[in-house]
Design a protein. Structure first.
Length: 224
């Protein structure tokens, strides 16, 4: 069964006097273990599609299912549970909590899901070692480099063992060397852990790391 199925998705924002159509009839399917990159210029709808596929928003029209569940029919509590249990998120600016150590930042999703503290700590340590920052667990976000912060964000996104990882410009705030390291790490984790990844990027070299690339333009997927 596909992990995600989108059928003729529409998303219109009604703010202001003129409604803005961000998505116009987008259809796609993601299978378990896929690594898909969304490309296209700013304003083409990439982030909107990520938000829908990450259960952060509902479509205005069309149908989106995640693991067979119709996102449009879920209430706010059910959407929160779906995000907490089945989806991980990585963003351009890391979004680590500055008052928590790197280890506590990574463990947080497990604690929010109700797992025992020792389990959360063990998983955080294992993933930190996997992404190469085991020596930074007791440091705070302001004490680590940008590349280390993004690796911590990736570990945090995967610590609760989600089915789907949503990554919005994950290398956009990194230099080329750290960006390449993060891309190689994402590809490795996709291959070894089998987590499905949907990534948005402006950069061709970032999209090249994915197994499949979908180009967006004016709220639609290009036919190619």
């Amino acid at each position: 069964m596909p992990l995600i199925v989108a059928e003729a998705l529409e998303k219109t924002y009604a703010e202001g006097a003129t409604p803005v159509a961000a998505l116009r009839g987008v259809s796609l399917a993601l299978e378990p273990g896929d690594f898909v990159a969304l490309t296209g210029p700013s304003g083409c709808g990439k982030s909107t599609l990520l938000h829908l596929c990450g259960a952060m928003d509902r479509p205005s029209a069309g149908r989106l299912t995640i693991e067979g569940r119709d996102v449009g029919g879920l209430n706010d509590d059910a959407l929160t549970t779906l995000r907490r249990d089945r989806i991980g998120f990585v963003f351009q600016f890391f979004n680590l909590l500055p008052t928590l150590t790197i280890g506590d930042n990574i463990a947080l999703p497990c604690l929010l899901a109700g797992l025992p503290a020792k389990t959360a700590e063990s998983r955080a340590a294992d993933l930190a070692a996997r992404v190469g920052i085991a020596h930074r667990l007791s440091h705070y976000p302001q004490q680590v480099s940008g590349g280390e912060a993004q690796r911590a964000a990736i570990a945090r996104a995967l610590v609760h063992q989600p089915a789907l990882l949503i990554a919005d410009e994950p290398t956009g705030n990194l230099d080329s060397a750290n960006g390449a390291t993060v891309l190689a790490l994402l590809a490795e984790l996709n291959r070894d852990l089998g987590v499905t990844m949907l990534l948005a990027t402006h950069a061709a070299e970032v999209a090249a790391a994915a197994g499949r690339t979908l180009r967006m333009r004016d709220g639609r997927l290009d036919a190619a």
